[in-house]
Ligand binder design. Sequence first.
Ligand code: ATP
Ligand code: MG
Length: 217
Amino acid sequence: MGTATIPMWEPSEVLHEGAEATVTAGTWMGKPAVLKMRRPRGYRHPDLDRRLTRQRLSVEARVLGRLHLIGFPSPSLYDLDVEGGWMLLSRMDGRPLCDALRDGSADLATVKSTGALIRRLHEEGFSHGDMTTHNILVDASGSLSLIDFGLAKISPELEHMGLDLQVLNECLTASHSEFEGAVEAMVDGYLRDGGSEFGSDVISRFDAIRSRVRYHG
Ligand SMILES: Nc1ncnc2c1ncn2[C@@H]1O[C@H](COP(=O)(O)OP(=O)(O)OP(=O)(O)O)[C@@H](O)[C@H]1O
Ligand SMILES: [Mg+2]
């Protein structure tokens, strides 16, 4: 479908052309916005592809709606067309954590805050599902936000929350190996309140996943 028909949307530039989605910046009712358009995956059967697209868009919309209600730093949902495969979101300030770590504008304190933010997300009853340093944004003042909730879970199991930490751990150790102590900072931020059962249960699961990966990965 053509995106020319989206009401009140004025595109300006393509921000991201990924395997799953094209993200275009622009304005919606005059406000900075992005259009996230799911793209068909050639290798998947069209019916399966449409079903997955619909499913991810509806999950993302539902999660963003709930996060908005609790004031969690994530995009607002402006408009959505599940059949058309697109959603309009508020445009977040900042750039991906991976870039900020690479050029030194983010440091261990940022990673610790990231751990705390993930803890908050989990405590509110969501897992993210794709917690890479591309989906964590840092603005000029160092404030963090999360994007890309298409693989999120509402009422996640311990395993899903442990996996969020493991995905971030892999990003931090693989692409940012120069950051000594990054994983410890992440865990530290996650356990900000020390001895609570919730935090230590998730961290135990994260440790179990880590050793699983070490031996069998
Ligand atoms: N609300 C937003 N505000 C600002 N930038 C955004 C927003 N949403 C997405 N982006 C930018 O577009 C990129 C891709 O968006 P997103 O992560 O939601 O899609 P994706 O599912 O990862 O796409 P793919 O899997 O195809 O790479 C982000 O890494 C970010 O740079
Ligand atoms: Mg992404």
